[in-house]
Design a protein around this ligand. Structure first.
Ligand code: SF4
Length: 214
């Protein structure tokens, strides 16, 4: 599968706006993405909840919930593109809050696995409810703009993953079940072999529990 399957040629993407002030379009896009990231992070701080979670602690809970089972600490570090000491600190606090517990890997007694307690699973349920403010803002996008944004974002993520700038996500573009442009229908051109169904850009998954690496 070609990582550039969505992209137009460089020539097609060239924008001639010599008279428009400010940094060039690529810089404008990157500043915009940074602003959106700030908005998401600020909402995470506001959503600290009853256990006063930091964004990283919340990310660990959502990750453990999404993977459906315990993980090694190294797997958490890799998935969240963090560092061992930072994750270690967050896990220590989460264990103190009784949201995460540790057990021995049945396959290797030297390895510790980290999983959610019942209270941790309950907290994951709260965290998985999307921010009303962010959801409202996204709902202002026209359907075509929503689909184009998801398509552009997943393409950009794929490029950054290939350059090892961000961790690998369980998304369609890296999934062995994904067949891009398998159908002539422009609204539902792609195919998911896991569920054997056609789908469109607006349904591309950035994280999917059924993902298997291509
Ligand atoms: S299994 Fe999930 S990630 Fe894979 S193609 Fe289907 S929807 Fe996409």
């Amino acid at each position: 599968m070609n990582g550039l399957w969505f992209m137009k040629s460089a020539e097609e993407r060239t924008v001639r706006m010599a008279d428009v002030p400010g940094m060039p379009p690529t810089g404008q896009l990157l500043v915009g993405l940074a602003r959106l990231g700030q908005a998401v992070r600020m909402e995470a701080w506001r959503n600290a909840g009853p256990h006063n979670l930091s964004p990283l602690q919340a990310d660990i809970i959502v990750l453990l919930d999404g993977r459906g089972g315990p993980l090694r600490q190294g797997e958490i570090v890799a998935a969240l593109a963090s560092t061992p000491p930072t994750v270690s600190d967050a896990v220590r606090v989460l264990r103190k809050k009784e949201l995460v517990d540790a057990s021995r890997d049945p396959g290797d007694a030297r390895v510790t696995l980290l999983g959610l307690t019942a209270a941790g699973r309950e907290e994951a349920g709260r965290l998985n409810v999307q921010s009303e403010k962010l959801t409202d803002a996204v709902s202002a996008l026209a359907p075509d703009d929503f689909a184009a944004m998801l398509r552009g974002m997943t393409t950009l993520m794929r490029e950054l993953q290939d350059r090892r700038a961000i961790p690998v996500s369980q998304m369609c573009l890296t999934c062995r079940f994904f067949v891009p442009r398998a159908h002539p229908d422009p609204q539902r051109p792609h195919h998911c072999n896991f569920v054997d169904a056609a789908f469109g850009d607006a349904e591309l998954r950035v994280t999917c529990p059924d993902h298997e690496a291509a």
